[in-house]
Write a protein that binds this ligand. Structure first.
Ligand code: CP
Length: 360
């Protein structure tokens, strides 16, 4: 298990992007690989759109969001005040550390304003009000709604009346599309060749996913987007104690994918062959949660390939030991540090304010 080299530690970039431990990954190389330009045509398609499910995206849009996030990470665009006059409503009916606060930070750093519901019990929900009626109210209160809710059907429910763009910040065991875009932003910064049409074979990744995509929304969305990167992802191995961890949502895209996908419950066997290992801890089971089986715990004694990276949407539990934090395998803190920039890119596009950012 290698400690970070002095060179890796010195790759610090914008102070706003820095994570305290683990790899630090540069947005510069990613932009350079994509000719230094943002694909505004692809990004512009998001204007006025809701973001509910990663199937809305394609590889070009994922790359465009990552390019835009890289620009935002490298440059101080706050002086352009791109979200001036816009109000975002963050409505969280389920706990969150990262998603709500990074969305709110994203809005406020770009001069927008936030109306925050950090706990659904402070709304009329506590008195039996419906999400559809709350959606009707939000039409006059804000310009975009970012919602998390434990019910998979909640997005459809609020959209019965909501006419503003809605961003899914996690709906039960459904999806977490902006998390998956953050995950891919980290991967593309870590290995920018993955963003190109012709990734050299030796730079392609064998991706391991520990968990059950069918009941883990972040894992499901990450896998859905990963399927859009044939030629960059050479192989996917899902590591789960369940015989069929994939779930109905992804059955068809997996069947249609040209990326070979295998399922195993033997983490020790596959670990030394993985370039990227995506871990999550929490599976949603109706109205309760379940943590990963103890056999999938990773720590400094795990037989990881040299140079392999671990990703995790966080929050973590026992499955990811803190003794990995100071190692070259820790991509998860850098992954989290990119959240504000990705969410700024999404909000600027959805709110049709790309033209307010000078020089892109
Ligand atoms: N990654 C993620 O969704 O974290 P939170 O639950 O803290 O928002």
């Amino acid at each position: 298990m290698n400690k970070l080299t002095k060179h890796q530690v010195s790759q610090a970039l914008s102070p706003a992007a820095s994570n305290s431990k683990g790899l630090r990954i540069s947005p510069e190389d990613l932009l350079a690989r994509t000719n230094g330009r943002v694909d505004l045509e692809a990004l512009g398609q998001l204007a006025g759109q809701s973001i509910i499910n990663p199937r809305q995206f394609d590889r070009r849009t994922v790359n465009a969001i990552a390019q835009m996030a890289a620009v935002l990470e490298m440059r101080n665009v706050e002086i352009d005040k791109p979200l001036d006059g816009k109000i975002a409503i963050t409505a969280f009916f389920e706990p969150s550390t990262r998603t709500r606060l990074s969305f709110e930070s994203a809005v406020q750093r770009l001069d927008g304003k936030v109306l925050s519901v950090p706990d659904g019990q402070v709304t009329g929900i506590a008195k039996g009000e419906s999400l559809a009626d709350i959606g009707e109210m939000f039409n006059t209160y804000g310009d975009v709604v970012i919602m998390r809710h434990p019910d998979t059907n909640s997005m459809e429910e609020i959209r019965r009346n909501l006419q503003r763009p809605l961003i899914n910040a996690g709906n039960g065991s459904g999806h977490h599309p902006t998390q998956a875009l953050i995950d891919w932003y980290a991967l593309l910064k870590w290995r920018p060749e993955l963003a190109t049409e012709h990734c050299p074979p030796e730079r392609r990744i064998h991706l391991g996913i520990i968990g059950t995509p069918g009941s883990m929304r972040a894992v499901k969305s990450f896998l859905r987007i990963s399927l859009m990167f044939p030629g960059a992802v050479s192989k996917i191995t899902i590591i789960s104690e369940m015989a069929d961890p994939v779930g109905l949502d992804l059955t068809e895209p997996i069947e249609q994918s040209v990326i070979p996908i295998t399922i195993t419950n033997d983490v020790q066997k596959v670990l030394p062959d993985l370039d990227v290992l995506y871990v999550n801890s929490i599976a949603f089971l109706g109205d309760s949660y379940r943590n990963l089986d103890a056999r999938y715990k990773l720590d400094r004694n795990s037989k990881l390939k040299p140079g392999a990276v671990i990703m995790h949407p966080l929050a973590r539990n026992q499955e990811l030991s803190e003794d990995l934090d100071e190692t070259e395998h820790n991509l998860y803190f850098a992954q989290a540090a990119g959240a504000v920039f990705v969410r700024q890119a999404i909000l600027t596009a959805v709110l049709d304010r790309l033209d307010r950012i000078n020089g892109i």
